[in-house]
Write a protein that binds this ligand. Structure first.
Ligand code: 13P
Ligand code: SF4
Length: 301
């Protein structure tokens, strides 16, 4: 970590000075994930743990929707995102107006929105979900038909697991949509015995050929518990880097699809965020109130 020591030391000092904590998603680079983060995890864990934070300032090392979720759950705290350009192709695929039109088109059908959406979109929905709890959220509704927005592949993957009829949107994750079943077959051929784990944002044909599918945290847990000798994580590159550091005994095969949005966050801009109190996440109170309800409903599941 020597190349990063200047920034790491400065960030650790700034966290103490400002009474700040850093929440980092599993896709953050190892120097962020292992050296400066206080809390790491998948979207669900970050939302849950955001509620227990006592510090005055939360720096979200992740993408903008995650910072908004932390702010929704902590309206009185300062939530900072080090780069406002850290977006998400799923969040960009749908607007609040789109959700209102879906409600008009399918009256009475409950609307579940993935947390990978803006607060405005969450505010129009009945309940949120993440990849970790999507099945449980859909089943909790007890409805024969559910609208699930905006990830088409997650919606189809959950429909296959639940038997609930799911009306989907056409949003895709630009990282996970690139994996194909042919990739898995090639990996199995070139690396015999490899265990394949796929994120549920991957196309259904990819999930069908994987040995296991789950959220980023579920994939970490699988590796911890099963200790496969050889494994491939069909997800963003930094996941393998972070998990591999903790498991030198496991061989990680690494086809690498980077999330350009997650990679906007660096040690350098985390340091500037803490020094200059930027960029402060703000939400319109009326929208925040409705969006918070959808997130809180999810957290009771
Ligand atoms: P997880 O909730 O599984 O961490 O996924 C978040 C995400 O952005 C995946 O692309
Ligand atoms: Fe969004 Fe995909 Fe990046 Fe996750 S990996 S933040 S879903 S673009």
């Amino acid at each position: 970590w020597a190349a990063f020591s200047d920034d790491i030391e400065a960030i650790l000092a700034l966290k103490r000075e400002r009474n700040a904590v850093i929440l980092a998603h599993n896709y953050q680079t190892p120097e962020i994930f292992h050296c400066v983060a206080d809390i790491v995890g998948d979207s669900l864990a970050l939302a849950r743990k955001a509620m227990t934070v006592e510090a005055h300032v939360i720096v979200l090392a992740g993408v903008h929707f995650m910072a908004e979720t932390a702010k929704l759950l902590n309206p009185d705290k300062t939530v900072l995102i080090p780069d406002l350009g850290a977006g998400c192709s799923l969040a960009d695929s749908i607007t609040a107006q789109d959700v209102r039109l879906m409600r008009q088109r399918y009256p009475g059908v409950p609307i579940v929105t993935y947390v990978n959406t803006s607060a405005e979109v969450k505010a129009e929905s009945d309940i949120c979900c993440t990849s970790a709890n999507a099945k449980a959220v859909v089943e909790s509704l007890g409805a024969p038909r559910v609208i699930m927005l905006p990830d088409e592949y997650l919606a189809h993957n959950i429909a296959a697991q639940t038997g609930v009829e799911i009306i989907a949107w056409k949003g895709h994750c630009e990282v996970h949509e690139r994996f194909t079943p042919a990739d898995i077959r090639e990996l199995r051929e070139s690396h015999p015995g490899v265990t394949v784990l796929a994120h549920p944002e991957c196309p259904p044909e990819v999930v069908a050929e994987a040995d296991f599918s789950g959220s980023t945290a579920a994939m970490c847990d699988y590796v911890e518990r099963q200790k496969p000798p050889r494994v491939v994580l069909m997800t963003e590159c930094s996941m393998s880097d972070n998990v591999a550091l903790a498991h030198p005994e496991i061989e990680f095969i690494r086809p690498c699809n980077l999330c350009p949005h997650m990679k906007q966050i660096t040690l350098a801009n985390i340091r500037v965020a803490l020094e200059q109190n930027q960029h402060v996440v703000t939400l319109e109170p009326e929208i925040a109130g409705r969006a918070r309800l959808a997130v809180e409903r999810m957290l009771t599941i």
